[in-house]
Ligand binder design. Structure first.
Ligand SMILES: CC(=O)SCCNC(=O)CCNC(=O)[C@H](O)C(C)(C)COP(=O)(O)OP(=O)(O)OC[C@H]1O[C@@H](n2cnc3c(N)ncnc32)[C@H](O)[C@@H]1OP(=O)(O)O
Ligand SMILES: N[C@@H](CCO)C(=O)O
Length: 396
């Protein structure tokens, strides 16, 4: 039985072949170890490094039907297959599969765990070859561009020259945008969802609150908690509770919980979870620490904070997309206050200014940022329509 996320990740890798829908029988392991080092924006190289990934569907002979799915902050490569950690269906099982908007009868879907993560790709819980101990905070800070650079090496290893589409929400959407900037000739169609071209000041602020909660936990031990057999569960749970509020919306909280009391008729005049919303957030915090590594949380949030495409192009976002041939479709959600519609629209304006091909849809919903993980018929229809039209243009 795994006792830490690192154990879980190792076991996950060992079990991976049995837990995924295997595409290529000659490639029975869902991980990729690069021959070359991964050069990081931090100015260091990661070597060796490993990427855990899953695939769904079949790559066609021309290798022109590959869709790369990029996961969000705490996601993983189990996009359309059961998570071995939680036992739950893949986080985008509603979108990826036979006959679904990303139709695995037509497309070959790749989803990899990002570098810095804790589900099998190299991250802070991985062993540092220099010490024989988990990296902890000795792992260089990872950026969104680093994640994409690693994915590009994986895609190349799979023999795919051009991806038919790259799609993802939130931090996944940042990776999508980065793909179109770093590898403009390798992405035919891009779907950045509920995202932005930079992390806002308010979003950095929320992340900092979460990181401080983790680092204030005495069980964090400067990031060396594995060595003392501890994990900063309380700090990480508080971080997730605060973050989870930002993934929802005031309207949805009111609709779902209001001021309803949890398993009681009257106020308790104490500090137990009197209200349903308190009980709900405690549940979200507790279940999160069972599936996620605290140091990875620091690295993932930092990667999002550092993301600023315009900053790499003299402050003018449109310059990042000059000459872009990729077809874009951006999707926002009306009640998302983490990546509000105007953040998505700023990308659309820049793409238009760069004469790129772009469509945009704002989905009306009260379910907030995490709406991209939920059944939203208009959202699904938008993905389906865009993917179908791009597939026609690609001759698929
Ligand atoms: C994109 C990627 O890469 S995936 C990212 C990783 N995955 C996530 O972030 C998912 C985590 N997020 C969530 O679960 C978000 O809440 C959502 C918005 C996506 C899910 O929304 P919904 O389906 O509406 O679920 P909801 O928010 O109501 O949460 C349900 C859970 O809360 C629990 N819950 C509901 N009410 C209460 C309550 N009063 N007290 C305690 N627990 C409660 C339910 O039992 C359920 O628990 P479970 O998930 O352990 O089964
Ligand atoms: N709730 C999702 C999206 C956050 O941006 C996650 O935890 O990855």
């Amino acid at each position: 039985m795994p006792t830490t996320i690192a154990d879980t990740a190792r076991q996950d890798l060992e079990n991976a072949a049995g837990n995924r829908e295997v595409y290529d029988p000659s490639s029975p392991v869902a991980h990729f170890g690069a021959d070359e080092p991964l050069l990081l924006d931090a100015g260091r190289a990661l070597s060796p490094f490993q990427i855990a990934y899953n695939t769904y569907g079949t790559l066609n002979e021309a290798k022109s039907n590959a869709v790369l799915v990029c996961h969000a902050l705490t996601g993983d490569h189990y996009a359309a297959s059961q998570s071995p950690v939680t036992g739950k269906p893949g986080w985008w099982s509603s979108i990826i599969g036979p006959g679904k908007p990303i139709d695995t009868d037509r497309f070959f879907v790749i989803c990899s765990n990002v570098i810095g993560g804790c589900m099998g790709s190299t991250g802070p819980a991985s062993i540092d070859p220099a010490t024989g101990e988990p990296y902890g905070l000795d792992l260089p800070v990872i950026t969104i561009r680093d994640m994409v650079r690693a994915q590009a090496m994986l895609v190349e290893r799979l023999g795919i020259d051009t991806l038919f589409a790259v799609i993802g929400g939130s931090m996944g959407g940042m990776q999508v945008l980065q793909w179109t900037v770093s590898y403009p000739d390798k992405v035919f169609a891009a779907l950045p969802i509920a995202t932005g071209a930079r992390h806002s000041s308010q979003n950095i602020a929320f992340h900092e609150v979460g990181r401080q909660a983790v680092m204030a936990d005495p069980d964090w031990h400067g990031g060396r908690y594995f060595a003392v057999g501890k994990r900063p569960r309380k700090g990480l749970a508080v971080a997730r509770m605060a973050a989870h509020v930002t993934y929802l919306s005031e309207m949805a909280l009111h609709r779902k919980f209001g001021r309803n009391l949890q398993d009681r008729e009257t106020l308790g005049f104490g500090f137990d979870a009197d209200f349903q919303i308190e009980s709900y957030l405690r549940h979200q915090g507790m279940t999160f620490v069972d599936r996620f590594d605290a140091n990875s949380y620091l690295y993932m949030t930092r990667a999002m904070d550092y993301f600023d495409i315009a900053g790499d192009f003299g402050g003018r976002l449109a310059n990042a997309f000059l000459g872009a041939k990729t077809r874009f479709c951006l999707v926002s959600f009306s009640s998302d206050w983490l990546f509000p519609t105007e953040e998505n629209r700023a990308v659309v304006h820049a793409l238009n200014a760069a004469a790129a091909s772009v469509s945009f849809v704002e989905i009306e919903t009260d379910r907030g940022h995490d709406a991209f993980l939920l059944e939203e018929p208009h959202f699904f229809a938008a993905i389906d329509g865009f993917v179908s039209s791009a597939a026609r243009a690609r001759g698929l």
